[in-house]
Ligand binder design. Structure first.
Ligand SMILES: Nc1ncnc2c1ncn2[C@@H]1O[C@H](COP(=O)(O)OP(=O)(O)OP(=O)(O)O)[C@@H](O)[C@H]1O
Ligand SMILES: [Mg+2]
Length: 162
């Protein structure tokens, strides 16, 4: 079943069960899934994006940012070096964060992520699971697993719904 079909059928269940798991078969499908997923991410939210290098975390953020009208898909790029990208939309300020190169609690603190958290902010954090505090404080976790060249299994855990 492709991601689109899965989403449509899931929509009939209540919001808590929305989008629990899907499989995509291309980057474009993952972006489309990100657009649909955005409805689960009303601010304030701290979202952890889990998955290996190249799993599709940044690709998913393209769809989320587009749905929030905060950035065009092609303008969402990996914050590998800058660590934090900010995309302001009419309904939320998105912060796309990549902690791959951050190794210590002290380095994390210098990023000042707490200052970014506000009633209208959505933090989308790659490699955040390296830090127990972020794991504790996350609202939603999205895990992407590679299942072949272009296939990704995407699982959503909505902590608030647990
Ligand atoms: N179904 C798919 N979903 C998402 N990306 C896919 C899919 N199939 C192929 N790809 C490709 O996989 C790559 C995913 O890269 P992306 O930068 O999104 O990964 P990432 O998880 O953010 O990695 P990193 O940890 O290095 O930042 C892209 O080149 C994309 O085109
Ligand atoms: Mg990335």
């Amino acid at each position: 079943m492709d991601g689109q079909t899965n989403l449509r059928s899931d929509k009939r269940s209540d919001n808590q069960d929305l989008l629990r798991e899907t499989t995509t078969h291309s980057a474009e499908e993952t972006i489309a899934f990100g657009r649909t997923l955005a409805q689960l991410l009303a601010p304030p939210k701290l979202v952890l994006l889990r998955g290996d290098l190249g799993a599709g975390k940044t690709t998913l953020v393209k769809g989320i940012a587009a749905a929030f009208e905060a950035a065009a898909e092609e303008d969402v790029t990996s914050p590998t070096f800058t660590l934090v990208h900010e995309y302001r939309g009419p309904r939320a300020n998105l912060y796309h964060i990549d902690l791959y190169r951050i190794d210590t609690q002290r380095e994390l603190e210098t990023l000042g992520l707490d200052d970014l958290r506000s009633d209208n902010s959505v933090l989308l954090i790659e490699w955040g699971e390296k830090f127990p505090r972020l794991v504790r404080e996350r609202d939603v976790e999205i895990a992407l697993e590679r299942d072949g060249e272009n296939v990704r299994r995407i699982t959503i855990t909505d902590t608030a719904a647990l």
